[in-house]
Design a protein around this ligand. Structure first.
Ligand code: MLT
Length: 313
């Protein structure tokens, strides 16, 4: 009977391909994961919970259910899932660690070029039916030093793409393999050296107590004047107030920011600042990445609910 089918609760917009993986074997329910009362009510009775980054899967959510077996993050970052609390309750947590890494790296490149050539501001002048060719002058990437902070999967993809622009690549990552960095033509340096040498800085780190505010006012004061900064990783890795001050003073020449300390949000100190280009957490928002993220986690959930072994992606 339909009531005996395992219940899969989808709390955010996921690719339609997810439903194909679940087929008729599972009962799929939807809830808005940012609506707390609705989420708490719906999770009781669910066998699996699927989220992106907007749903906070914390201890309260996990305590609201004794049926839940698996939490699936259709993406990479697990900062919105309390993994220890889930593990304590015997709830498996799965993610799709490679699903959207190319999209994230490409979005960081897009933000960098948008900042370097002032594309959003220039676009706005024409949309406003004014021709202000003389108002815009950009910078080339050729010959510039690019500092990658965090040389994991996304940082490496970003660096490989920037190499095509004829840049010099340096990176800070205490956990990176020197051999891998050398293979990619990247010089590993300490953070202070990266700050001092880079013309472009892009952060590619997970958000942890260790990385939060890593690029703060002190760090920004150590950069080259006019450095361009990109954050398509997590809000708050770069201190938001400090970044605004640095852009307004000209210490930072421009910044591209896809992620915010509070999300979703319609208010941020980063909005309305000339030189700062913002997007609403779009790094993973491509058809390809969402297809992969959705199907990868749906396959893992299906295995987990059947009681089968779930291999690491
Ligand atoms: C991720 O961690 O995968 C990204 O933030 C993208 C997303 O939230 O889907």
């Amino acid at each position: 009977t339909s009531t005996s089918r395992p219940v899969v609760l989808i709390a955010e917009k996921l690719a339609p391909s997810v439903l194909e993986v679940f087929g008729a074997e599972f009962e799929v329910r939807q809830v808005d994961g940012t609506d707390r009362p609705a989420l708490l009510a719906a999770v009781s009775g669910a066998d699996a919970l699927l989220v992106r980054s907007a749903t906070q899967v914390d201890a309260e959510v996990l305590k609201a259910t004794d049926t839940l077996k698996v939490v699936a993050r259709a993406g990479v970052g697990l900062d919105n899932v309390d993994v220890p609390a889930a593990t304590d309750r015997g709830v498996l947590v799965v993610n799709a660690p490679t699903s959207n890494i190319v999209s994230a790296a490409e979005h960081a490149v897009a933000l960098l070029l948008a900042v370097a050539r002032q594309i959003p501001a220039a676009n706005q002048t024409l949309q406003d039916r004014t021709w202000k060719r003389g108002a815009f002058s950009g910078v080339e990437l050729l010959g510039k030093t690019v500092g990658v902070v965090g040389l994991g999967k996304i940082g490496q993809l970003f660096a490989q793409r920037l190499a095509g622009f004829g840049t010099t690549l340096i990176a800070y990552d205490p956990y990176a393999s020197a051999a891998r960095a050398a293979q990619l033509g990247i010089e590993l340096v300490e953070l202070d050296e990266l700050l001092a040498r880079a013309d472009v800085i892009s952060v590619h780190l997970p958000k942890t107590p260790e990385t939060k505010g890593l690029i703060n006012a002190d760090a920004l004061a150590k950069t080259k004047r006019g450095v361009l900064i990109v954050n398509a990783a997590r809000g708050g890795l770069i201190d938001e107030d400090a970044l605004v001050d640095a852009v307004r003073s000209g210490q930072v020449g421009g910044a591209g920011v896809d992620v915010f300390t509070q999300e979703p949000t319609t208010e941020s100190v980063l909005f309305g600042v000339p030189g700062i280009v913002v997007t609403p957490h779009l790094g993973a928002s491509t058809g390809e990445a969402q297809d992969r993220a959705g199907t990868d986690v749906a396959h893992s959930v299906r295995l987990a609910l059947r009681g089968d072994f779930v291999p690491d992606a």
